[in-house]
Design a protein around this ligand. Sequence first.
Ligand code: SAM
Length: 265
Amino acid sequence: MDLHEFQFKKAFGQNFLKEKKVIHNIVDKANIAENSLVIEIGPGAGALTQELVKKASFVLAYEIDERLKEPLKEKFQHEENIQFIFDDFLKRNIKEDIQGFSYENLYVIANLPYYITTPIITKVIEEKLNINKLVVMVQKEVGDRFAAKPSSREYNSLTVYLNYYFDIHKLFFVSKNAFIPKPNVDSVVVELKRKTNLMQLNDENLFFKLVKDSFQYKRKNLKNNLKGYDLDIIENVLGAYGLSLQARAEQLSLEIFVAISNALA
Ligand code: SAM
């Protein structure tokens, strides 16, 4: 496929990888185990896909842009361990899509369309797909948020939400020059490895609502953001950690959020 002829669609977040070194680095770092099903979201012209098919038992790739159907089918006509689904990943029932496959490890490996990074990751979590790990390229600022520590500027509800499920590591930085067309932002490849021992939650929905509400107004303290909750109970838990209702959400570790949520449930 001649990328110089292709009309890239900004609305689909189309920034294709042109640096072979970056592609190899993603696949090396992903360290794909035997008997693995790899889900790729947005194969584009197939640059990353081409390396994934060499390492994975099977690759299931979702591409929204129908114009890529023919070039992708042609490029991979001799590969037997790949299936393309030309549809919007966010609209699919992924559980149904993968139910016919047998595998021991399930991965998401992708250079994500940046305009929907959070919805994609949220979908993967909410559908309870039992993904072992995600190795994804995201906008650098987003990667910083995923891996942020409490009390840092980047720490937010998404950080807490993701760190509940995953051990998160930034693997390597990728310059905007590695893409065609060149985006406005740099990127980072992040690994999200599913935790084997999740912290016990009495009420998962309450936990996520509590986290979201705590961060609702960034400048407000917990007392103001959590007006609808039993503040006496929350104050008690905070006290055990040397904090008060004057604290702001960004000061609270995952452990404290879990403790508050369990005390309320
Ligand atoms: N993997 C290719 C690469 O690294 O060169 C392309 C990555 S590009 C950042 C993102 C790709 O995701 C594009 O091919 C775009 O058409 C596709 N895409 C965007 N939104 C999508 C969606 N909702 N579902 C599936 N694919 C999508």
